[in-house]
Ligand binder design. Structure first.
Ligand code: SF4
Length: 267
């Protein structure tokens, strides 16, 4: 996999996750010792039940972190664990962001790292979806600011003049058959998800929008492709079309010469 987000360090998110996990272990142990006398006074079965619940939750989280490492390394994992790992990644996202804030790490760096980890986990699921069940969304800032055509209502209004990457994406959508929309924000993106009901999403955006977008459309698996910002954020942004194509070809189910679908993730 070779998306722009690959350049983001996956180990930042995983490192923060491990620190968070150690803190959770310490906090849980502290809670256990503080509440033990009181629980024993109420009922003798309460303390073991409480301990079993805490150990169970911590075990699941620990197992999920291990699953993320497997996902990043591309090592095989049973399908059920791959889904559990993706779920846990999204559940723990805000806890890791909070941990990073306390330590003083820039939120954007953590979001970029999160997107890189998420991409690796989706990649390791070896998903294949039909082209008409894939939704591609990009932000409005990808359009040339001086372009007069209203592409947010319909990207086919683009005249493909070559002034920005929208024309390339419209052409690819036409050739490959996926749904493509230019959205002005998360609300419109969620509306498109409700309308299309995709099996997978590929999003082009900055690290902030990709991170929140992945969270918004969860549990639909999403691949994030980082945009390029030669003019600063949110203005005349670009996308590396080759990287974008690689992301699409990774997830789209292109039938072989005999018309057979490729291997799909087991449900
Ligand atoms: S490629 Fe399409 S959206 Fe971009 S400037 Fe040309 S007409 Fe406008």
């Amino acid at each position: 996999m070779n998306y722009a987000v690959k350049k983001a360090k996956k180990r930042l998110f995983i490192g923060l996750l491990c620190i968070t996990y150690v803190i959770m272990l310490i906090v849980c142990s502290g809670v256990w010792f503080i509440t033990l006398p009181g629980l024993n006074n109420i009922n003798s079965h309460l303390a073991p039940a409480f301990a079993a619940a805490m150990i169970g939750i911590l075990f699941l989280i620990g197992f999920g972190i291990l699953g993320m490492l497997f996902g990043i390394k591309g090592w095989p994992l049973p399908s059920v664990f791959k889904k559990q790992t993706y779920t846990l990644l999204n559940v723990l996202f805000y806890i890791v962001i909070s941990a990073g804030k306390i330590i003083g790490i820039d939120r954007r760096r953590i979001e970029a790292s999160y997107v890189a980890v998420s991409n690796a986990i989706v990649h390791n699921r070896h998903l294949k979806v039909p082209a008409d069940r894939l939704l591609v969304v990009t932000p409005h800032c990808l359009q040339l600011s001086t372009c007069p055509h209203k592409i947010t209502t319909d990207p086919n209004n683009c005249k493909r003049c070559g002034g920005c990457n929208i024309g390339d994406l419209v052409t690819l959508a036409e050739e490959m058959g996926f749904h493509f929309f230019v959205v002005t924000g998360g609300t419109l993106a969620r509306q498109k998800v409700r309308e299309i009901r995709p099996q997978a999403v590929v999003a082009v955006a900055c690290e902030r929008d990709l991170a929140s977008g992945i969270q918004d459309v969860y549990p639909i698996p999403t691949l994030g492709v980082m945009n390029i910002r030669p003019n600063g954020p949110c203005f005349n942004t670009k996308v590396d079309i080759e990287e974008f194509k690689r992301a699409i070809l990774e997830i789209i189910d292109v039938p072989d010469a005999d018309g057979n679908a490729q291997e799909k993730e087991q449900k």
